[in-house]
Design a protein around this ligand. Structure first.
Ligand SMILES: Nc1nc2c(c(=O)[nH]1)N[C@H]1C(S)=C(S)[C@@H](COP(=O)(O)OP(=O)(O)OC[C@H]3O[C@@H](n4cnc5c(=O)[nH]c(N)nc54)[C@H](O)[C@@H]3O)O[C@H]1N2
Ligand SMILES: Nc1nc2c(c(=O)[nH]1)N[C@H]1C(S)=C(S)[C@@H](COP(=O)(O)OP(=O)(O)OC[C@H]3O[C@@H](n4cnc5c(=O)[nH]c(N)nc54)[C@H](O)[C@@H]3O)O[C@H]1N2
Ligand code: SF4
Ligand SMILES: [Mo]
Length: 729
């Protein structure tokens, strides 16, 4: 047996852990994996790092790997047929070209991937949409995730990414953790929070639930869901009222302080207490503690961004950090901890409707000219494109066919599982003339595809991911792919070439070099430097060895805004769009669990992880609400909102407040997105996944309900061509 050792970056969350694989080369099998020292993870990994690679063996527990291209030759409702690559590429290129000719470039939408593919195919995907199709309609899951962080941070401090690095968290003196559950989402980041606590940091945790961070915090603020902005304005009120603001920093490095002050001065703790349900003295204590250290860090996640007021909360968080001078030194600043393994990277690559790679605006004629010249086209589209959460609006709600989306090229996303209000999303996918799915697994969205293009997975290809804290790190091939499949970048090149815009590259490094040479912020981060250092954090301007990259942003209070000054911003609080009422007396919030990941095509196909949790998922409820409904642990319940109804299991827990229930979004049967609302933040267009009205009902006939769960599961799997029943015993 000949063995090989390969180091790569984990494919799940943005913590960017380094893993060392040992493979049997002849058998093409993984023998062992363990975490090794990396910049962000030391030598640690969570259970997904240890056990999350089994999907590479294709055990077909949940779904199956795509092994050959498939198309619907006979039109929309004809069966999917396996074809060769030449036929599949021609089919996709011809259909896209036809739609472009008839309805124009803006009738085509592209969604790219924050997951396995890495930065290089994403760079090519936006290049394809812009230079070949001729539209800025390109987006990805950041839209339904941290888009509010990007928008809110750019409007205040000029840069949308984490200002500090993951390792710096452990030396903070105060951590204000708001709407972020690191123990489930980024376990290896959670470890830094625990270490900070051990080193004496004061931890404030604002979360309606008793999360692990709340448990180890000295001050838990269990605010009512949807009231973040009242709290953050209230904290600023106390800081100003008690004279704790950093006057010198405000004077030297910021502007628009007076307008900010005017708004927050109408949020005294007593008023904030009425809105949030928090004690006024706890609000005061949080403000004093946060303002009282020179190393205060704010960490936030989806409990901030997935609201129709997400951008406003992000602006107010950045303003709190400016107000107290907490920027520009080690172990301080703002931490929107990006979720997916490469969501920071997919933003970096310009897979957004308003920016080219390196955050260069499509509205800027100079930038357009630069990219048009490099890409060999006469001109590039001038108008920012469509955000992916607006696709339903531009299909089922658009009366004028000339303004509709007619084709949707979905590369490495599963909107039929992860977007809000799934009934509307399915109606949308059915109404679109031509849907392309390019994925590694047969996912829920693939059921609506007119063409399916199978790609190599993480572990089977090379490239670069960007960790949550702006760190470029290599991914490497661990095993050889099998089946009639291709690398994502190669598939995009073939389609583009077939549509008359030739793209040809030798390897991912060649793509990377084209990208960094067009993006000043990344220009110095060559493969060679990434290999040598292990990780390069942008900005990294110069290719020489002296520029090692940037650990923290805004050094010395110099912000990334045009004049270098931070801009204070906040606004008034308003409640979420759909609040509890007589018919739907509970509030539904949707979150994460540690063992399964997003649409679950990958973790659902790993034997060890599947054994932790299985369909139909569960709903966390307070024991008081369970008692009122006569429910006990594990029984099947029906949960319903205005938009849909699903079956799941009851999970009573003291960790949640009465009146609020929580589900995770990985389940097919207990699919919480049948219930969620597609109400969007007006700026970032991020959905309000964290709040809608719902009711829970007891199911008297449990035996029939159990049978129904099995039947539905078997049916979905058989529609994907998997014969055996999949549910664990
Ligand atoms: N209710 C509710 N819904 C939510 C959320 C919530 O909190 N509540 N969170 C939202 C958030 S923050 C996010 S980021 C989204 C995530 O939602 P998605 O991005 O849709 O989900 P993922 O499971 O990350 O993966 C998408 C697809 O990428 C495929 N894939 C993986 N690697 C590769 C590869 O190398 N090549 C190709 N071609 N495909 C690949 C996977 O098989 C999968 O089908 O979900 C959102 N949905
Ligand atoms: N195991 C696992 N890890 C993951 C993922 C996964 O699916 N599984 N997904 C990845 C992705 S895509 C992302 S974006 C990250 C997200 O990671 P997180 O940001 O941690 O995401 P969530 O668990 O959705 O929500 C965080 C917290 O917000 C709280 N919350 C809800 N409403 C409010 C509110 O009104 N105010 C406040 N202050 N808090 C509120 C919830 O109780 C929850 O504890 O995780 C990544 N990591
Ligand atoms: S913390 Fe994130 S990157 Fe690290 S092993 Fe777990 S899932 Fe992978
Ligand atoms: Mo996310």
């Amino acid at each position: 047996m000949t063995t090989r050792q390969t180091q790569t970056t984990c494919c799940y969350c943005g913590a960017g852990c380094q893993l060392l694989f040992t493979t049997d080369i002849e058998a093409n099998k993984i023998l062992d994996v363990h975490p090794v020292k990396g910049r962000t993870n030391d030598d640690k990994a969570c259970l997904k790092g240890w056990f999350g690679w089994d999907f590479l063996n294709d055990p077909q527990i949940l779904t199956k790997r795509l092994r050959a291209p498939m198309i619907r030759k006979g039109g929309k409702h004809s069966p999917l047929e396996v074809v060769g690559w030449d036929e599949a590429i021609k089919f996709v290129a011809d259909n896209l070209a036809k739609i472009k000719a008839k309805w124009g470039p803006d009738s085509i939408m592209g969604a790219a991937s924050a997951r396995g593919p890495g930065n290089e195919p994403n760079y090519l995907m936006q290049k394809f949409m812009r230079a070949c199709v001729g539209t800025n309609n390109i987006d990805h899951c950041a839209r339904i995730c941290h888009a509010a962080s990007v928008a809110g941070s750019r409007q205040t401090i000029g840069e949308g990414a984490m200002s500090l690095s993951i390792p710096e968290i452990e030396d903070a003196q105060v951590i204000f953790n708001i709407g972020y559950n690191a123990a489930a989402s980024h376990p290896v980041v959670a470890r830094r929070i625990v270490k900070a606590r051990e080193k004496g940091a004061f931890i404030i945790c604002a979360d309606p639930r008793i999360t692990e961070t709340a448990r180890i915090s000295q001050l838990h603020l269990p605010l009512k869901g949807g009231t973040n902005l009242a709290l953050t304005n209230g904290l600023a009120y106390v800081i100003i009222d008690e004279g704790l603001e950093d006057k010198a920093f405000i004077e030297a490095h910021t502007k628009d302080y007076e307008a900010f002050k005017e708004i927050v001065l109408s949020y005294p703790p007593e008023k904030v207490s009425e809105i949030t349900g928090l004690r006024p003295d706890d609000i005061r204590l949080a403000a004093r503690r946060y303002a009282g250290s020179r190393s205060s860090v704010i960490l936030w996640g989806m409990g901030v961004t997935q609201f129709s007021q997400g951008v406003e909360v992000v602006k107010s968080l950045c303003s709190l950090a400016m107000l107290t001078g907490n920027f520009g030194r080690p172990s301080t600043g703002t931490g929107p901890v990006r979720g997916q393994n490469n969501v920071q990277g997919t933003c970096d690559m310009g897979v957004l409707p308003d920016v080219f790679p390196g955050y260069q605006s499509v509205a800027d004629p100079e930038m357009r000219a630069k990219f048009a010249k490099a890409w060999g086209v006469k001109a590039l589209p001038t108008e920012p494109g469509l955000q992916l959460t607006r696709v339903p609006e531009k299909v089922v709600h658009e009366k004028d066919p000339a303004k509709r989306i007619h084709a949707y090229y979905i590369f490495g996303e599963d909107p039929a599982q992860s977007d809000p209000d799934l009934a509307e999303l399915r109606e949308t996918l059915e109404a679109i003339d031509f849907v392309v799915v390019q994925d590694v697994f047969f996912n829920k969205t693939a059921l609506y595809a007119d063409a399916i293009l199978p790609a190599t997975s993480w572990g089977e290809h090379e490239g670069v991911y960007t960790s949550s804290d702006r760190g470029f790190q290599r991914i490497r091939k661990v095993v050889e792919p099998f089946g009639d499949i291709k690398d994502d970048w190669e598939i995009i090149c073939l389609i583009s070439t077939a549509m008359g815009y030739p793209m040809k590259y030798k390897n991912t490094e060649e793509i990377w070099n084209e990208m960094i040479n067009l993006s000043p912020k990344f220009a110095g981060a060559t493969y060679e430097k990434i290999e040598r250092q292990g990780s390069v954090q942008w900005p990294c301007f110069d290719k020489g060895p002296a520029d090692k990259g940037t650990m923290y942003l805004h050094k010395g209070g110099q912000f990334a805004t045009p004049d270098g000054r931070g801009i204070f911003k906040t606004s008034h609080y308003h409640p979420p769009t759909e609040v509890e009422n007589n018919e739907f007396p509970l509030t539904l919030c949707t979150v994460r669990e540690v063992g399964h990941y997003s649409a679950r095509t990958m973790t659902g196909n790993c034997r060890t992880l599947r054994n932790l949790e299985d369909e139909p998922g569960w709903v966390e409820m307070s024991p008081r609400d369970c008692q009122a409904l006569g429910l006990s642990a594990n029984e099947l319940v029906r949960i319903t909102s205005k938009r849909g109804s699903v079956i799941t299991r009851c999970l009573p827990t003291e960790r949640v407040r009465p009146g609020a229930v929580y589900m995770t979004y990985q389940w097919w049967i207990g699919a919480c997105n049948e219930l969620t609302i597609s109400s969007l933040d007006p700026t970032s267009r991020t959905p309000e996944y964290k709040y809608c009205a719902a009711k829970v009902e007891k199911i008297e006939d449990q035996a029939s309900a159990e049978k129904e769960v099995r039947r539905v599961y078997t049916d979905i799997r058989s529609s994907m061509g998997i014969a055996q029943e999949g549910l664990s015993a």
